[in-house]
Design a protein around this ligand. Structure first.
Ligand code: FE
Ligand code: FE
Ligand code: ZN
Length: 282
């Protein structure tokens, strides 16, 4: 059986090829990165040589798909028109730039409806996606499962399903399941991963599940908090991650660590989880 595909969030500050090299150094074969500065403004144009070098590294080291992350400040369903406008422009621009790195994922937080209500929120998110997605694109856009902090949309599988229902080019859409977020949203991912996956399948369809954010949580199930913890040191515990890296329905997906760590810490978590996955295969 193939090795798991796992990595962490990396900084773009030294360019794309540097992220690939750093990933290899810490034993990763995928990674996440922010597509632009979260403070807004224009994104740097991609340097074609830098991107080509990353693609070479990814091929040589047999990387799985990358899971790019839109900036947290991008809110397609804000109550402020300027914020919505920025989100729409940023997403469309990100998807055009992602074409330089075809075949990867672009994950984003559906948004916060800021007292407009979840129905209006979902409507705005769908409008934004329908503007940004284009026929023939080579990126799959992932909705992230959210903890349900404040007025976050995407706190339940039902809300994600309603967004997917409203997107015209939905063959370019999928879901990224964040283990900390679904726990905080009230799904017992630690106690009953199979039950949560069955529920996901019933409401959304497991064919939509494309990637995982692998995080422990500082808070109990249903707390709606969204505070990540190191693997095995939170309320989910190591057994939860043993299940994630060995379950046939999740072990083949790209897994991104967003735990509070430096690179050395990520390297340790990657080798820990690879070790567990390998021990079960044998
Ligand atoms: Fe996220
Ligand atoms: Fe996440
Ligand atoms: Zn989070």
């Amino acid at each position: 059986m193939a090795d798991i595909c796992i990595g962490c969030h990396l900084s773009t500050s030294d360019g794309y090829a540097a992220m690939g090299r750093r990933a290899v150094e810490i034993g990763a074969n995928t990674f996440a990165f922010f597509t632009r500065n979260p403070r807004g403004g224009n994104a740097k144009p991609l340097d074609p040589d830098d991107v080509a070098e990353l693609r070479r590294i990814m091929g040589e080291k047999d990387f799985g798909p990358l899971v790019a992350h839109a900036p947290y400040t991008m809110n397609l369903c804000s109550s402020t028109e300027r914020t919505v406008e920025f989100a729409r422009t940023a997403m469309a621009d990100d998807l055009r730039r992602m074409e330089e790195l075809p075949g990867n994922y672009y994950n984003f937080h559906p948004g916060s409806h800021v007292k407009q209500g979840v129905d209006r929120g979902i409507e705005l998110i769908c409008e934004g996606l329908n503007q940004a997605l284009f026929e023939g694109q080579h990126t799959t856009v992932l909705l992230e499962t959210m903890a349900g902090k404040g007025t976050e949309v995407g706190r339940s599988f039902e809300e994600l399903a309603r967004i997917l229902d409203g997107v015209r080019l939905d063959s370019y859409m999928g879901v990224c399941l964040d283990t900390c977020h679904v726990n905080d949203a009230g799904y017992d991912v630690a106690g009953d991963l199979d039950g949560v996956l069955d529920e996901f399948d019933r409401v959304i369809g497991l064919d939509r599940l494309k990637a995982l954010h692998v995080n422990d949580s500082k808070n109990p199930c249903g707390s709606h908090k969204d505070r990540h913890e190191k693997i095995g040191e939170g309320t989910l515990g190591l057994d939860a991650f043993r299940a994630v890296v060995t379950n046939p329905r999740t072990r083949t997906l790209p897994m991104i660590l967003e735990t509070p760590n430096d690179l050395a810490g990520y390297k340790k978590e990657i080798s820990l989880l690879r070790g567990i996955a390998a021990s079960v295969e044998a």
